[in-house]
Write a protein of this length. Structure first.
Length: 562
């Protein structure tokens, strides 16, 4: 039966808004802006776009949405596009504006839910780009549970600087090199002029590309779609195929509730671990699982990552960028490696109509490619992150392991009450080798908004301290962060977390083998310090950030507001 056949009209949500004499006013509104009777009789497909002119990651999505709509029309549907908010992590990094980034994830999901329910869409295509738009789209699709597909806008091409490929990571680290006197202002300007050469999301295996990969492995994005670069001519064809696919999903009645399962989430985690992806995948997949009603805990990430080898030689810890991965074989090649390692739940369904195991069988590997190593030649025997607990993080924290070989660190604490305080100390070159930089009051509620600490971590690397210091925070890290860093420390300081008990000079111990992050103090002294701690007053008392601070949950559960 075709999705446009009359037999299934009664079960389409759009019919409640558009059929019958009593809906004449609704039809009149829509006819006035170009929809005719034929268009209004077809299945209505919502196109949730996260386009914006404020960043390169989503800048091209307006053009891409036109191709999606072409595909919807060609398959017999009527597309109706709407937009959501979008915040650039990279542009707002290190500023007060970065507090809005994680909040935008919830607003994106809320807006998709509201517009889809309000307008009675029959199926959905969501277009994403920068970091929070990707999980925000999937969270919204999980809530409404209509036949849906998510299209990731794709990566930017690498820039060229002094004869080598560079990404935005190099600019952040260049700031630290400039502060250390190792890069001139002219060189830094030259780097900034070349590092971001067009549209698309940040080029390494940072958060956007990690989440694009994760949702392709999970099955809600078509296999082979996410790593097609943003400005590659093939991206338009991918977008048109997604528009056609939405009608196919409607005909098959394949919904996110069928795709987002315990098995598919474990596949997505394994893909992120094998690729050395961003630690933000923990926060976002926990949130998606909660929206889909699937049981998933922070400890599942540790179990899966520890049994998954690191095979992808991708930035920030490796040599290559996402366009290199695309030419090597893309996400299908990663899925093929997962299958070879017996780490793939092969029966998990995907939007394509084929199982993930069948898609792994179709993978094509470019001969001699150096990006994704063979199973017998791993970069590391374990994935790119681990979960630590201990008296500093009783609810857990995430430590990044790709890009360095350190599993232990013991050193004196340097405590800062905000990212700005820490960055000022780094700029002043007052951080010493062996120190443990502690940044608190940057969690979901305390920030509010759980800012990423890339400005600080990149400056430390740029100053040459990346291999000798450690850092922990109740905030987050950018996917571009590398070094011995523990984020998402929970509970956070304003909610009674032990990170509030740390004083300058206290000894902190990272022990990945034991999965512990500890403060070397007696438990009773830690409790006394927590009771005595006075967090800074709330940064916002009204508006969306104040509301978010009141409602948001722990990072260990995905930092959800409901």
């Amino acid at each position: 039966m075709s999705a446009t056949d009359g037999a299934d009209r009664a079960v389409r949500p759009s019919r409640a808004l558009l059929d019958g004499p009593e809906r004449a006013a609704a039809r009149a509104y829509l006819k006035g802006i170009g929809y005719d009777d034929d268009a209004l009789a077809r299945p209505i497909v919502g196109i949730a776009n996260t386009w914006t002119e404020t960043m390169p990651c989503n800048f091209h999505l307006r053009r891409l949405a036109e191709r999606v709509k072409d595909g919807v029309r060609a398959a017999g549907g009527t597309p109706m596009e709407f937009n959501t908010v979008a915040i650039s992590d990279g542009i707002t990094m290190g500023t007060e504006g970065m507090k809005t980034s994680l909040v935008s994830r919830e607003v994106i999901a809320d807006s998709i839910e509201l517009v889809a329910r309000g307008n009675g869409f029959d199926a959905m295509v969501a277009l994403s780009g920068c970091d929070k738009t990707i999980p925000g789209c999937v969270m919204g699709l999980a809530r409404i549970d209509l036949p849906s597909v998510m299209l990731y806008g794709g990566t930017i091409a690498p820039g060229r600087f002094k004869g080598r490929d560079v990404t935005i990571q190099d600019v952040f680290e260049g700031v630290g090199a400039h502060a250390a006197g190792n890069m001139s202002e002219e060189e830094l300007t030259d780097l900034e002029n070349h590092a971001s050469p067009g549209a698309g999301a940040c080029g390494g295996q940072y958060t956007a590309n990690t989440m694009g990969m994760a949702f392709e492995v999970l099955g809600i994005s078509p296999m082979g779609s996410s790593m097609v670069p943003a400005e590659d001519g093939k991206k338009g064809a991918v977008a048109e195929d997604c528009g056609r696919l939405a009608l196919d999903l409607l005909e098959r009645d394949l919904r996110p509730s069928t795709l987002i399962t315990r098995a598919s989430l474990e596949n997505a985690i394994a893909g992120a671990a094998m690729s050395g992806g961003s630690t933000n995948v923990v926060l976002h997949l926990l949130a998606v699982a909660r929206e889909a009603g699937v049981e998933l805990t922070i400890d599942d990430f540790d179990r899966i990552a520890w049994s998954t080898p690191l095979l992808a030689d991708l930035k920030p810890g490796g040599r290559y960028v996402a366009t290199d991965l695309y030419h090597a074989g893309g996400v299908p090649l990663v899925v093929k490696r997962l299958r070879e390692a017996h780490l793939l739940h092969t029966d998990a369904p995907t939007v394509t109509g084929h199982t993930i195991g069948e898609m792994a069988d179709r993978a094509r590997e470019t001969e001699g490619q150096p990006v994704i190593h063979a199973l017998d030649d791993p970069l590391k025997p374990n994935g790119g992150f681990a979960i630590l607990r201990g008296n500093l993080a009783p609810e857990g924290c995430v430590v990044k392991l790709s890009g360095h070989d350190r599993h232990e660190h013991r050193g004196p604490a340097r405590v800062f009450e905000s990212e700005e305080e820490a960055f000022a100390a780094v700029k002043a070159r007052s951080i010493e080798p062996g120190d443990v930089v502690v940044i608190r009051n940057e969690g979901p509620a305390g920030g509010p908004g759980m800012r990423e600490m890339l400005q600080v971590t990149a400056a430390l690397v740029g100053e040459g301290l990346g291999d000798s210091v450690a850092l922990l925070t109740d905030g987050r890290f950018s996917g571009a962060t590398h070094g011995f860093m523990a984020g998402h420390v929970a509970p956070e300081a304003p909610r009674g977390g032990p990170i509030a008990a740390v004083h300058d000079g206290d000894t902190i111990v990272f022990d990945v083998a034991a999965r512990e992050l500890n403060l070397e103090l007696p438990d009773d002294q830690i409790r006394e310090r927590i009771a005595a701690y006075q967090p800074p007053p709330p940064a916002y008392r009204t508006g969306v950030l104040a509301k978010y601070a009141r409602q948001v949950g722990s990072a260990s559960e995905g930092a959800l507001t409901a």
